[in-house]
Design a protein around this ligand. Sequence first.
Ligand code: GUN
Length: 285
Amino acid sequence: MAVILDGKQIAEKIRQEIKTETQKVIADNNKKPGLAVVIVGEDPASSIYVRNKEKAANEVGFFSVVERLEDTVTQEELLQVVKRLNQNDEIHGILVQLPLPKHIDEKEIINAIDYRKDVDGFHPLNAGALMVGDKGLVSCTPKGCIRLIKETGIEISGKKAVVVGRSNIVGKPVALLLLQESATVTICHSRTKDLAAELAAADIVVAAVGVPNLVKGAMIKEGAVVIDVGINRLEDGKLCGDVEFEEASKKAGYITPVPGGVGPLTIAMLLQNTLEAYKMAEIKL
Ligand code: GUN
């Protein structure tokens, strides 16, 4: 049976570390790290995520603001909100909750965020920095996946890693991070011919496709580390991941549950990124 990677517990430890460091930087600089979250409309899932982000920021002692905008907001109005936050010295991190309404050009909004405040790591300058191995802000969920893998104590270098999913938010950046850690990386997606064959050799699996139970237990290599990024709501209201949890946990060495696996790490990494952005802005070397 696999060891369950308890994301909640690991995230709590990280949040305590951030809280301690935050107290220190506030004492040294007389200024709080500031996080602004922008949410457009009232999507229930997004509303919960945003509330959790705000709560977590307050708990570690950050200055935290949430800009709630009607879903009728225009592209220009939303751009003005971002520009105002870019210029606000109290704000070090800006996160625009996705998805945005259909009439909004998401890319233009993300590109308008000052890359130094882009705590989501979605700006092309940060995505590009990751690509070429430069320092930059790294997306929270991929960063959380790597942190979870490292918590197992298993060395990533030289291992075969299979990422299922090729999104800009998770699949692509997590593949690049695994490559940076010297894994041999394969990216699978909806056009992959034989997922089972690809997964058969995988020491590390990161599933981020958004298809409930797509990764079957039988596909998992004995002893593999399985990170499930999927959060899918089933018809009965229950949450499930992209991995068939019960069956996969019989074969995996380590596995993340859904919920309580990657999710809590994402928020912890957001706090870490905000502190990092703060240090870049406020601490002159
Ligand atoms: N929606 C789902 N995940 C994310 C995320 O990591 N960041 C933002 N901004 N929106 C999201």
